[in-house]
Write a protein of this length. Structure first.
Length: 260
């Protein structure tokens, strides 16, 4: 480098043995600045593309949520319509046995509709707060039974709250619906629905009543009625075990489903 182009102090630094950076010209700074600006432009364009893709994805998600809500709404309306038709047919049917069967069928569909409505009120439909749902189900039974002039009926929900998978909650809700309906029909006084941990692991869901006790050795699989066969089948569906014994103080009957 010519001496006249060396800035002050550089020569002394070299004589002292210090490393100094290459002296840069204005043109080199301009080239570097231009390169940085080009990089910034590319990054801004890439960011704009990513933001556009995110907005498109958000819009697709929103549309999917609207479609899901519409499907759930239509499904619930259809279930309620089926309940109404079955209930109407039950009231107009002259044959007492046929009327009873139609009423039971309406209750079964209503239980499914109730669980569906409960799931829609929650943030997630993959799991269900089961004790909360049991309270709603039993409240509906109480209201319906009181309208049928059963003022002495008392249904109590006890135990813990547990968030269960929907695939387990739906069969359990149908089991409870069958057992509570059966207790209302054949039992008397208080009906207790209880969800509690089981010492061997998992949970125990029981329905007990103050009615007469079932005979020793009662086999639900040997029953000809659809209700008990449905309870046994649903218990097996979730890998559960159905047990039948006497209630508290050796009174009445208690049905218990053990499940994981």
């Amino acid at each position: 480098m010519p001496r006249e182009n060396i800035p002050p102090g550089v020569g002394a630094s070299r004589q002292a043995g210090l490393e100094i950076p290459e002296w840069r010209t204005i043109a080199s700074y301009e080239r570097e600045l231009t390169a940085h600006r080009d990089t910034e432009i590319r990054l801004r364009k890439a960011l704009a593309r990513d933001q556009a893709l995110l907005q498109e994805k958000d819009e697709l998600i929103r549309q999917q949520e609207v479609l899901n809500q519409e499907c759930h709404h239509r499904l619930l309306n259809n279930l309620q319509m089926i309940v109404g038709l079955l209930s109407l047919q039950s009231r107009t049917e002259r044959n007492a046995e046929a009327s009873s069967r139609l009423s039971v069928a309406a209750n079964r569909v209503a239980a499914i509709a109730g669980l569906h409505r409960h799931l829609q009120s929650m943030a997630s439909t993959e799991t269900v707060e089961f004790k909360r749902y049991l309270a709603e189900l039993c409240r509906d039974h109480s209201t319906m039974s009181m309208s049928e002039q059963r003022p002495d009926l008392l249904i109590v929900v006890e135990g813990i709250e547990a968030r269960l998978p929907t695939a387990t909650g739906i069969p359990l809700s149908l089991i409870v619906n069958e057992l509570v309906t059966n207790a209302i029909k054949h039992g008397r006084g208080r009906i207790t629905v209880k969800l509690e941990p089981h010492p061997a692991g998992g949970y125990a869901l029981s329905v007990s009543n103050d009615g007469s006790s079932l005979p020793e050795g009662f086999d639900p699989d040997a029953c000809s009625g659809l209700g008990m066969n449905l309870v046994s089948s649903l218990a097996r569906q979730i890998g559960g075990e159905l047990r039948i014994d006497r209630g508290d103080e050796n009174q009445g009957t208690r049905f218990t489903v053990l499940f994981k």
